[in-house]
Write a protein that binds this ligand. Structure first.
Ligand code: SF4
Ligand code: SF4
Length: 438
């Protein structure tokens, strides 16, 4: 790894690992392009002015050091992709696949390029025009199909739990090809959560897919902390996976099908919909975009999206206390901090807990490398980002790490275990529900 050159905000410039500032070929500033695909809107692409202010904040550019792995480079590649109907090259597809869709570039982008939306559209174009290899295609279908099927996901979560509690992970740590995958297998937090509908509720709860199977205690804690605030929580039983992973993987048809199912499942009231997983919340707040081209669903999708709230947007600070003084690190999930612009709410809730000293880490808003299934598809980049995050966390000497996203929790817990740290990593809801337990 290299050191970032010292710079002030006024001096922000793109930099490279070799320390030289990059000059850009003229095509990069070209503004005449068109889109042959409905999935990528020309207006979105037009917002990028190629200023390069996003480069320093892009995790993949920082790790790979290649313009094509930066937001600006990727916007240019997507312009090239949609300018014709040609089958894209392997090289172009690899640079777009290597994006975490962390949306850190959106946070720093002066004209507000909607990069997440652009990338989801581009991935759908890639999926339409390229045939994946047999093995990759099978694994992608298997993974996304399992996420969207409660029965299959429950079986997979049970198998992962059995594996994680057996002696096998200790053995597989010595076998390089499976060690990484093995380190991420989640142990279940108690029994799975099962949605339950209640009469006279004023808040709905979206339980997610991995959350309900592997984070049962965090789910029950979520319901408790919301109800302790004076609400009554109902979780519609017909709800399904939010579809975020499908959208990120280019399976737009399935993402739209799942969005329609959820809109129907939550149609019984106008109550706010509480979400405790950053990726799900960010995606469901964008259902209006997901179904923007479907006149029959567009308005319902917008109305649904306006009801979605991250858990921290619903909670008010309440007095509670820890059993002992605790140094707490709050890990910003990308799809909360960049996708939903939620920074202060979780920190305010944690600071209200007596006994908590909230400790900030360096590069708090940089991705931990989890990013949905990115840690499975791009293990090298993911491991590099995981290592950086773990080093920042350990430097803060925390007693507990708290996050609002299951992917971050699994990724950081695996990284801490790998360096011999026993610092617990828990969901924010669990911590707020019973801070004396830590
Ligand atoms: S994405 Fe935004 S910050 Fe990055 S080059 Fe384009 S306009 Fe500039
Ligand atoms: S979404 Fe994240 S990884 Fe992708 S280009 Fe933007 S900052 Fe880089």
């Amino acid at each position: 790894m290299w050191e970032e050159p010292a710079q002030t905000l006024g001096e922000r410039r793109a930099w490279r690992p070799d320390g030289r500032h990059r000059t850009y070929p003229s095509y990069i500033t070209a503004t005449s392009y068109r889109s042959t695909s409905l999935h990528v809107r020309p207006d979105d692409l037009a917002t990028c002015i190629s200023c390069g202010l996003c480069l320093n904040d892009c995790p993949t550019y920082r790790v790979l050091g290649n313009e094509a792995d930066s937001p600006r480079g990727r916007v240019q590649l997507i312009r090239t992709l949609v300018a014709t109907e040609a089958v894209p090259s392997d090289d172009l597809a690899a640079h777009l696949d290597a994006c975490l869709v962390c949306r850190a570039c959106e946070t720093v982008c002066p004209p507000g390029v909607p990069f997440g939306r652009i990338m989801e559209g581009a991935r759908e174009v890639l999926a339409e025009r390229r045939k994946p290899g047999r093995v990759r295609g099978f694994l992608t279908r298997l993974g996304l199909g399992t996420i969207a099927d409660h029965g299959r996901l429950a079986l997979a979560a049970r198998a992962a739990d059995f594996y994680a509690r057996s002696p096998l992970p200790a053995i597989s740590r010595r076998i390089a090809p499976v060690a990484w995958l093995s380190s991420l297998a989640p142990k279940r937090e108690g029994a799975p959560y099962r949605p339950a509908e209640k009469e006279n509720a004023d808040v709905c709860f979206f339980a997610g897919c991995v959350m309900r199977e592997s984070f049962g205690e965090s789910e029950r804690a979520t319901v408790r902390v919301v109800e302790r605030g004076g609400h009554r929580v109902s979780a519609p039983v017909e709800q399904v996976c939010c579809g975020a992973l499908h959208a990120h993987s280019g399976d737009g048809d399935e993402a739209r099908r799942l969005a329609r199912c959820n809109i129907d499942a939550f149609a019984g009231s106008d109550n706010p919909i509480a979400v405790n997983a950053a990726g799900c919340g960010a995606h469901m707040k964008a259902y209006g975009d997901v179904l923007a081209d479907d006149p029959a669903w567009r308005e319902r999708a917008r109305a649904f999206a306006s009801r979605v709230r991250d858990l921290t947007e619903l909670l008010k600070p309440t007095p509670s206390r820890t059993k002992r003084p605790l140094r707490v690190v709050y890990q910003d999930a990308c799809h909360l901090v960049h996708g939903q612009r939620i920074r202060q709410q979780p920190r305010t809730l944690l600071r209200a807990t007596l006994g908590v000293t909230l400790v900030e880490i360096t590069d708090a808003e940089r991705c931990c490398g989890s990013a949905g299934v990115y840690n499975l598809t791009h293990p090298e980049v993911s491991a590099e980002l995981q290592g950086q995050k773990v080093a920042s966390i350990l430097a803060a000497r925390p007693d507990v790490v708290v996050s609002g996203n299951p992917g971050c929790i699994l990724q950081i817990a695996a990284g801490l275990r790998a360096v011999g740290s026993a610092v617990p990593v828990v969901h924010l809801a669990r911590f707020l529900d019973d801070p004396a337990a830590f």
